[in-house]
Write a protein that binds this ligand. Structure first.
Ligand code: RNT
Ligand code: ZN
Length: 416
């Protein structure tokens, strides 16, 4: 693509947006600073390096596209390559099962900072900050209940795991001089109707409180709510309402995964309430298709609405953005690029909305005018602004990345 064409198109877009009171340079500045946490588990279908076992915990990858990363070196190689195709400075989100265990078996209640030292160094060398997750799934003790298990020995095992994960995340945060965001998601639930719903929720809250007792300032924790898991359809201990109340009373960050709600619900509607009662949000940007299917994120209404809602609430800086999907049916590297670029496009669209004018219309009860402007804003020259953003960042523009990913497949992933 010709640089002068992109510059020309941007100049026209900039002028056009200015007529509705939108500053495109300012939008680009904010987009540049918006980090997106890349979920390491898209490289290898959520397998990790602990045991070569099928995924459990009510989540599932489908597809067997060749080229899955099979070990820590391949995961790093892939992430490094992905990074070269993306504008902006992004983070890496690790799960505990991606530790550098050096070929030894390290159980979940034995993990420590030493297993993530090489990640901390790798991240520093590659100018990426780390985020972290405890891992309650894919383990003989996972079962249907972990932190809410009435069996104290199982519950304690997972409490110990999660406490250790907090210390690992704390070390990451201190090493990178920026808090590591540690997500806690447990799959706990029941396939059929339980009769003691309250009991498990009380146990979960007590376990979480115990886990959070230790004061660690390198880590910020967040808690992920969910509607249901596969094989756990009737009841989820850590439901939306459970974590809303938990995070509100404990002043903790809430993780909103866009796949974790009723398929017809508009997730963006939760944002404003949560912003009133919890300090921050962690977003797992995903794409549910009929269920929590974890398809690759695209630029659809759901994702657009989510970011528009944040920008309209002047709260983009209270949200941490991460991706969470696992598509094993297409080129996994390509899946990353599509997801990040689509997320950036949604953020940019949100930033380019004529917020002030829309608010004014609403305040004046000019509802036709509000709808009309909102609709017109959707088809303004936003693509020209996004192209310019990528050009400035020296990364592929438009569909150019397709060929680059194909080349990487020929050279690297296709040979695995
Ligand atoms: C599962 C949650 C969770 C996981 C990752 C692997 O439903 O969304 O975030 O996807 O922890
Ligand atoms: Zn998630």
């Amino acid at each position: 693509m010709k640089q002068e064409h992109i510059e020309k198109a941007y100049a026209i877009a900039k002028e056009r947006y200015a007529t509705i009171g939108v500053d495109t340079d300012e939008a680009l500045r904010l987009l540049q600073n918006q980090q997106i946490s890349l979920h390491c588990w898209q490289t290898d279908d959520v397998m990790g390096f602990e045991r070569n076992e099928a995924l459990s915990g009510g989540i599932q990858t489908t597809g067997n596209y060749p080229g899955r990363a099979r070990n820590i070196d391949e995961v790093r190689q892939d992430i490094k390559f992905v990074k070269t195709l993306l504008a902006g400075n992004h983070r890496l989100n690790l799960h505990e099962i991606y530790g550098d265990f050096g070929g030894k078996f390290v159980d979940r209640n034995e993990c420590g900072v030493e297993h993530f030292q090489s990640w901390i160094e790798w991240a520093r060398e590659n100018n990426m900050k780390l985020d972290f997750n405890s891992t309650s799934f894919s383990h003989p003790k996972s079962g249907n209940l972990t932190l809410s298990n009435p069996d104290k020995s199982i519950r304690d095992f997972w409490i110990e795991h999660t406490k250790r994960c907090r210390r690992i995340a704390d070390a990451m945060g201190k090493a990178q001089n920026d808090p590591c965001i540690m997500n806690i998601w447990v799959h706990d639930g029941s396939k059929d109707v339980p009769v003691q719903r309250k009991k498990y929720r009380e146990l979960l809250a007590a376990s979480l409180d115990e886990i959070m007792e230790e004061k660690l300032d390198g880590v910020k924790n967040c808690f992920e709510a969910k509607l249901f898991g596969i094989g756990l359809e009737s009841y989820t201990v850590g439901s939306h309402d459970f974590y809303t109340a938990y995070c509100a009373t404990r002043k903790q960050m809430y993780t909103l995964d866009t796949g974790h709600y009723e398929p017809t619900e508009n997730v963006s509607d939760f944002v404003s309430t949560l912003l009133m009662y919890v300090p921050e949000l962690m977003l797992h940007v995903s794409r549910p298709v009929r269920w929590d299917s974890d398809h690759v994120t695209i630029m659809n209404d759901q994702t657009l609405d989510l970011f528009k809602e944040l920008v309209r609430s002047d709260a983009l800086d209270r949200a941490h953005v991460g991706l969470d999907y696992f598509d094993a049916s297409i080129n996994r590297i390509g899946a990353y690029i599509i997801g990040v670029r689509s997320t950036q496009k949604c953020i940019l669209q949100a930033l380019l909305e004529p917020k002030q004018m829309l608010r004014q219309y609403e305040d004046n009860d000019q509802l036709f005018e509000r709808l009309a402007l909102m609709e017109e804003a959707k088809s303004m020259l936003f693509g020209a602004v996004y192209d310019y953003f990528n050009m400035k960042n020296n990364v592929p523009i438009g569909e150019e990345f397709i060929q680059i990913v194909q080349q990487y497949e020929r050279d690297i992933t296709g040979k695995r």
